[in-house]
Design a protein around this ligand. Sequence first.
Ligand code: SGN
Ligand code: CA
Length: 538
Amino acid sequence: MKIFALLLSLISLSSAKRPNIVFFFTDDHAPHAIGAYNGFLKSVNPTPEIDRLAADGMLFENSFCTNSICGPSRAVIMSGKHSHKNGFMNNGNSFDWNQQIFPKILRAAGYHTALYGKSHLKGNPQGFDSWAVLPGQGDYYNPALITPEGRKVVNGYCTDIVTDMAIEFVKESKALGKPFMLMCQHKAPHRTWMPALRHLHLYDDQTIPEPSTLFDQYEGRGPAQHQEMEIERHMYLDHDLFTDLTPEKTYPKQRRPSEDRSAWVNMKRMTPEQLKVWRAAYEPKDKAFRDAQLEGRDLVRWKYQRYVKNYLRAIKGVDENLARLRKTLEDEGLADNTVFVYSSDQGFYIGDHGWYDKRWMYEESLKMPLIVSWPGVIKPGTRNQNLVQNLDYAQTFLEMAGATIPDDMQGESLVPLLKGESPSDWRKSIYYHYYEYPSYHQVPRHNGIRTERYKLINFYEFGEWEFYDLKTDPDELHNLYGNPEKKELIEEVRNQLINLQKSYDDKTVLPTKPKAWQARMRRTTSVQTEADFPPRTK
Ligand code: SGN
Ligand code: CA
């Protein structure tokens, strides 16, 4: 009888102890723009609050996405399945919300669930007691939000607004007495990298370090020579860097006619008061820029500084709001029983290889930040080296909640790693597949494998392969494919890739029928083709 009572109390204790889960998620925040990841921006101290989260929990050094683009990364997180299984392979797709996703399972298990901010999956979210999402990419200023009650516009800065909703939800959940799972998903620091008004002067007096590959010439890498994501040639002084705030300005003819590429597209939601502060911050700097008449590498360097400062300023808004939400959890007495996760949908190029944007299987955009605190379970200040992916999050959250993990999910729960265990059978390689081509930035379709040391990429539409030794060439500048000395090694890794592709049941790799670059580009991009851009500075 006594044992029975003890068992009963243990059961009720364990269900009372089910942790709350806060998933604090951003758009395009590369790990190397987080202080704790020790990248080239560390000296700028861009994220003191995210660094504090790392000090309280575990930072994953080898955290990767399966498909480096927004909607697809989010679909993988929801479903625990690769893109070819959840059906959302590129941003043009619509997510099938009727499918099995982890929030539905948590909700059925008694969790109070919410999703706020950027969803990018189209359609009304399912699996949430409360939700409000930005339409499409969302806006930085005075954003519209789609809610179950319809569309509304909220005045203010998006990162603050989304966090306000999250804070309200935490308080409501506490009053309900239920464990909760909250997805607080920001637009920042997505293009066009618009900071909050209070951060417009941050870093004004500093020169931000440059990446060592800012002037990469892409030798030996065919696909990289054909992209459209260079700071030099494909980042617009007006649309991206706000140097011309004239609403009437017409845009040059080579730009896609379907898109408004004027700077005004980003400004037109602002109130006159907001715009006044914005103009006051940028106009003196713009004048100095025009007077300097920069050219060549000097112009690239100036564009990089304007870009990276705005990117880091938008990140500052994220960092402050993360602290605000963590403080709410503390104040409400919930922090000790809450798992707090920081992540972003993919990495990003911060001038690396001369680029912005993502999509490639190269390290800067393949990597995702992943930092988790879980008081009493994770040893503070730990760094994990296991290969993990966004594919693992669904199973991880389900295990944390003690819910059943469906057999058809394709990841691995990270809970053993969070507990400090070192499973000997942990995965030794990850699988990647990117599909969105032709599209913005012209990154061709590719799949590939990354092991602890090597990376093999197959740009199968063009019959081009790349192979990198990350130990000797961490910047991936030397494509070893075709090197006779590496032939056997490459064959071995290629076999591993084939096995991985089979194990995930990916039948979406197109048969290789090599196409010529020029012909392909002309046929697929009606307006922007290489010929429309000036040659690069050497
Ligand atoms: C927009 C951006 C692109 C970006 C895509 C996808 N242009 O189209 O630069 O690659 O989103 O980004 S913008 O000038 O309109 O911002 S994703 O993160 O949603 O996948
Ligand atoms: Ca993104």
